[in-house]
Design a protein around this ligand. Sequence first.
Ligand SMILES: *[C@@H]1O[C@H](CO)[C@@H](O)[C@H](O)[C@H]1NC(C)=O
Length: 194
Amino acid sequence: MVKINPVTICVVTLLGCYSVLADNPCLKGPPVPKNAAECCVTPFLVEPSAFMACHSKWIGQTKRQMAIEGIPRGCCVAECVMNSTKLYSDGKIDRDALTKLYLGSTKTMAPEWKQITLDAIDGCFKMADSIKAEIDAGALLTPAFDGEQICHPISGTILACMGMTLFAECPAKLFTVNEDCNKLKSYHSKCPFL
Ligand SMILES: *[C@@H]1O[C@H](CO)[C@@H](O)[C@H](O)[C@H]1NC(C)=O
């Protein structure tokens, strides 16, 4: 399992959301201009177009929030994605429905992804449970700047964890080995997909 620094933020399947320390190496973004999907195609929750719609709408606010210290703020890119699938409501993610969507995306993929995905879901929900107090506190924050929308941290926590875990667990035979991909693998072992 990928361990996620609880002070972080934004990534969903291919991008969750996670919050970030001021001197966080993740703030700079990936070290190479390469799409992770060129290294390993991982199971996903929503189609790239649905993700991009949420990304364009919220990434500006999310980047601004990443510079704020203190209790990690929820990621609205991730909450928007969860909302688009009706998985989120009242601070809770429908785990069964999320499992169905991820497994649905593995149907045309290599068979080993099924168990890897189930294990990732299990690990990510356990991790979120272990930092529940902080997640709940993040949901109660008040706007730090004019117009800031507060999103519940649960969506970003789960999506960041899923994106990072699935990429980290990519079976060797499905991972493209080259210098850029190896660098990306090392970067995403600590940093979420934004
Ligand atoms: C997600 O849906 C909830 C209502 O269930 C809403 O309060 C919240 O603002 C939505 N979040 C985003 C980012 O659109």
